[in-house]
Write a protein that binds this ligand. Structure first.
Ligand SMILES: *[C@@H]1O[C@H](CO)[C@@H](O)[C@H](O)[C@H]1NC(C)=O
Ligand SMILES: *[C@@H]1O[C@H](CO)[C@@H](O)[C@H](O)[C@H]1NC(C)=O
Ligand SMILES: *[C@@H]1O[C@H](CO)[C@@H](O)[C@H](O)[C@H]1NC(C)=O
Length: 403
């Protein structure tokens, strides 16, 4: 008898415990009517969770509901070691750029200065980017008051040992996800979708971050599926489907003449369909510093313009950059086991600088053909040395000449 009573009390406490650590936005006044601004309710739910002393407090955005949320910053540090943000329903952005009048147009949803954050759930984040694309200077340079900077849907700034998984992202005004100053970050099982014409809509952009993995995701967008910026190291990218999009890009690096430090980047077991690039590296001549130890392995290309490309003379306006004696040193780049088709006649294009050549390139087991039956493809290498084995089309690297 006593035993049963204790058991009931025990279960009661357990249920209480798990209840008290869940913070549903509805309990903070969120209304799922499609036009009420819910940013205050979301912030209050976040603050309650962040200040909770329970083990893993959880903010919940309930399923089968859509919540309009204005630009908002969810701020840490939080008390618990771990905190979850469960998105089961849909979060939508305001549909018109006018809602950003007078505030920072670079962001919509931001998580900042948090450790152990997990954004998860089977819900979606809809950036309603069309209004921004329609006034973008890239698509409409003639438009008076066109905009260059549009909001990134979800930013993680200074979030360590954190990650995002399972969410469906669509139609961001600009990049879908950005990490900056994050140490230890995991992206898993995301679906990211924007139309191929949507300007600057990178899938995932990484900057100044270390120890990341981006895995098991499908990305279709109007810019890079994944792009890796300056001051980034130890990044594992695996099992990604990219297309349409601009490929998986390291760069552009060194744009402002800074000292680039990027190393240990692994891109493996991924597929590119109808993209402009596959495995791409691009650096500005004004840049300095290094990009070293990069592995591209087991990649498949279908109808890709530039399956393998290094552009060390990157310039956003064709012909506007003069030849310089500076450059980001590119070394130890490994291409291994890659196959598929190219939609242009240069399937392999390593275009390196005369003054700071690419060195220690390795290519092995590469089979690239034209996407048009009967056409030939070529490999073009300029100022690039290294070794190659079983590469079609090839050879093109300069053998390493001992000095
Ligand atoms: C994240 O890690 C960096 C480097 O270790 C540290 O400086 C920063 O304070 C950490 N941030 C949080 C929110 O824990
Ligand atoms: C590649 O993309 C095209 C056009 O979207 C599609 O029809 C085709 O099924 C895709 N191929 C693969 C193997 O996914
Ligand atoms: C290499 O880069 C230079 C400078 O941007 C450009 O003029 C040239 O056409 C490129 N070569 C190839 C093969 O793409």
């Amino acid at each position: 008898m006593l035993h049963n009573v204790l058991q009931i009390i025990f279960y009661f406490l357990m249920v209480m415990g798990s209840m008290s650590s869940s913070y549903n936005v509805l309990d903070y006044g969120a209304i799922s009517d499609g036009y009420t601004d819910n940013s205050q309710a979301f912030l209050e739910a976040w603050n309650a969770a962040c200040n909770a002393e329970t083990r893993t407090p959880q903010v919940v955005v309930p399923e089968d509901m859509t919540f309009l949320v204005m630009p908002v910053i969810f701020e840490g540090p939080c008390i618990a070691d771990k905190i979850e943000f469960m998105i089961l329903g849909t979060i939508v952005a305001p549909s018109s750029p006018g809602f950003w009048f007078g505030i920072d147009t670079s962001q919509w949803l931001v998580f900042r200065g948090i450790r152990g954050l997990k954004v998860d759930g089977f819900g979606s984040i809809d950036g309603q980017g069309k209004g921004w694309w329609d006034q973008s200077c890239k698509l409409h340079p003639e438009l008076e008051g066109c905009t260059k900077l549009a909001p990134t849907a979800l930013k993680f700034l200074g979030c360590n040992d954190s990650g995002v998984s399972n969410i469906f992202f669509r139609n961001s005004p600009q990049a879908h996800i950005l990490t900056r100053r994050c140490n230890g970050f995991r992206v898993d099982k995301l679906m990211i979708q924007s139309p191929g014409y949507a300007p600057n809509t990178d899938g995932i952009h990484i900057q100044s971050s270390h120890h990341l993995s981006i895995i098991n995701s499908k990305i279709s967008t109007g810019d890079d599926c994944i792009s890796i910026g300056d001051y980034t190291s130890n990044v594992e990218i695996d099992n990604i489907d990219c297309g349409p999009g601009h490929g998986i890009s390291i760069g552009s690096l060194g744009r402002s003449g800074n000292f680039v430090q990027v190393e240990n980047i692994y891109v493996t077991n991924s597929r590119f369909n109808g993209t402009t690039n596959g495995a791409r590296i691009k650096t500005w001549q004004v840049g300095r510093g290094y990009l070293r130890t990069v592995v591209f392995q087991n990649l498949k290309f279908i109808n890709v313009k530039n399956p393998i490309i290094i552009d060390q003379n990157y310039c956003d306006v064709r012909g506007a950059c003069k030849e310089l004696e500076t450059g980001v040193k590119i070394s130890r780049i490994i291409y291994n086991a890659m196959s598929g088709t190219s939609s242009t006649n240069i399937a392999i294009n390593l275009n390196c600088s005369r003054s700071v050549p690419c060195s220690g390139i390795s290519m092995q087991d590469i089979q690239l053909a034209s996407a048009t039956i009967g056409k030939q493809v070529i490999a073009s290498c300029t100022n690039a040395d290294g070794q190659e084995f079983s590469v079609v089309p090839g050879p093109c690297l300069q053998p390493k000449i001992p000095i």
